[in-house]
Design a protein. Structure first.
Length: 341
C-alpha cells in the first residue's frame, strides 16, 4: 500500500512515524532511531510529511525536502486539539498526521541555514545583554551594601569598576573587592562579545537587500530589520499586514460572545523578541512624533494627546509591522506620505 501522508513526531534520538494511505487507513506506525531516519525516508515515494515546529524541525524539513517529500511544519498548539487522549509519541504522531491534512491549518515556512544562523546571532546577543543586566544589578547591589551608590544608566557602570580597582581608597574590604573584580571582568568579556555579535548582524544586514529595505522605515534599524527579514521567510503566508501584526501579538485580545465585542490588552502572542524590538523602536520615535513633520507623525501625535505614551507606542509598533509586511510583500522601499493640500 502507498503511503500518502506521514505524521512525524520529532525528538532527540527516537522518532515516531504514523503513515496513512489515500483512504486514511493506517499503513505504518513505528519508531525510528536517529540514524535510521534518512534511510527510511529515502526509500519512500514522495509524500506529505507533517512536523511540529520545535528545535530541529527546520533542519529535518530541509533534509526531507531534499529527498523529494512535501514537508509542512505546524505550530504545536494547532496540533494539540487533534490528540485524542493521553500523551504518547504515537498519539502525537497520529495527531500530526491528521492535522497536516486539514485545509484550514496554518503552517510555518521552513527557514534556511543562513536565516537560522542570523537568528542565532540575535538570540545570543539578547542572552548576553540579559546576562550583562544581571551582573550590573549585582554590582550595584553589592556596592550599595557598603554605602556606595552611583547614578542609574549603563554609562555609569565604569565608575563602579573604577571604585573596585581603587578598593583600598574607597573603603571596600579586600575579600569583597575580589568578588566585585570578578563581576567587572565578566562585564568586560560580555561587552566584547556583544560588540562582536552586533558587528556581524550589521554586516549581514548590509548584504541583505530585504533587510536594507526594512531599515528605511522610521524607527527600524539594522537589528530590527535583520530580525524581521530572517524570521519572516515568506510574507505571502500573511494575507495582510494586519495578520502579521496579529501574529506578533500587537492587537487586542478578543473575548467576544453573544454579538458583543470585548477587546482587552494586546494578546502578546507570537515572537516576543520582534515585538519588543518594534515597541522599543516606536518609543524612540516619540520625540520625533511631537514635531509632526509628516502625516504619519501627525497621526501618532494626535493619539498622544488622548492616550498614554505606552499605548501610543504599541499602536505605532502595530503600524510599523503592517508597513514592514507591505515592504516585504511588494519588495519596495518605504515612501513617506505627503500631506494633502
Amino acid at each position: 500500500m502507498t503511503i500518502t501522508t506521514i505524521g512525524l513526531d520529532l525528538a532527540k534520538n527516537v522518532f515516531q512515524v504514523h503513515g496513512v494511505d489515500s483512504d486514511g487507513q493506517v499503513v505504518i506506525r513505528k519508531q525510528l532511531r536517529r540514524a535510521a531516519m534518512l534511510p527510511f525516508f529515502s526509500a519512500l515515494s514522495p509524500c506529505l510529511v507533517g512536523l511540529e515546529a520545535c528545535g530541529g524541525s527546520h533542519y529535518w524539513a530541509r533534509e526531507l525536502k531534499s529527498l523529494g517529500h512535501k514537508v509542512r511544519v505546524m505550530p504545536p498548539h494547532y496540533v494539540k486539539p487533534y490528540v485524542k487522549r493521553g500523551k504518547s509519541d504515537a498519539a502525537d504522531a497520529e495527531a500530526i498526521c491528521e492535522a497536516v491534512t486539514r485545509p484550514s491549518m496554518r503552517f510555518v515556512p521552513p527557514k534556511g541555514e543562513e536565516q537560522q544562523g542570523v537568528l542565532m546571532l540575535h538570540r545570543t546577543r539578547d542572552l548576553m545583554i540579559r546576562q550583562r543586566t544581571v551582573l550590573i544589578n549585582a554590582l550595584r547591589g553589592h556596592h550599595s551594601e557598603f554605602g556606595i551608590v552611583v547614578a542609574k544608566g549603563i554609562e555609569n557602570v565604569a565608575k563602579l569598576a573604577t571604585l573596585v580597582e581603587d578598593s583600598e581608597k574607597n573603603g571596600l574590604p579586600a575579600v569583597a573587592a575580589i568578588a566585585l573584580a570578578t563581576i567587572v571582568d565578566q562585564l568586560r568579556d560580555l561587552k566584547v562579545g556583544i560588540d562582536r555579535l552586533h558587528k556581524e548582524i550589521v554586516r549581514w544586514h548590509r548584504k541583505n537587500p530585504e533587510s536594507r529595505r526594512l531599515a528605511t522605515i522610521p524607527g527600524v534599524g539594522p537589528i530590527t530589520a535583520s530580525a524581521l527579514s530572517a524570521t519572516i521567510t515568506d510574507p505571502s503566508q500573511f494575507k495582510s499586514g494586519r495578520q502579521l501584526a496579529a501574529w506578533l501579538g500587537l492587537v487586542p485580545r478578543q473575548n467576544s460572545t453573544g454579538g458583543k465585542e470585548r477587546l482587552g490588552r494586546i494578546s502578546k502572542q507570537g515572537d516576543r523578541y520582534i515585538r519588543r524590538l518594534l515597541v522599543v523602536g516606536a518609543t524612540s520615535m516619540l520625540s520625533v512624533v511631537k514635531k509632526q513633520r509628516t502625516p504619519d507623525e501627525a497621526w501618532a501625535a494626535a493619539r498622544l494627546d488622548k492616550k498614554p505614551p505606552r499605548k501610543v507606542t504599541v499602536a505605532m509598533a502595530n503600524k510599523t509591522a503592517r508597513i514592514a509586511w507591505a515592504i516585504m510583500a511588494r519588495q519596495e522601499d518605504y515612501k513617506i506620505r505627503q500631506a494633502r493640500g
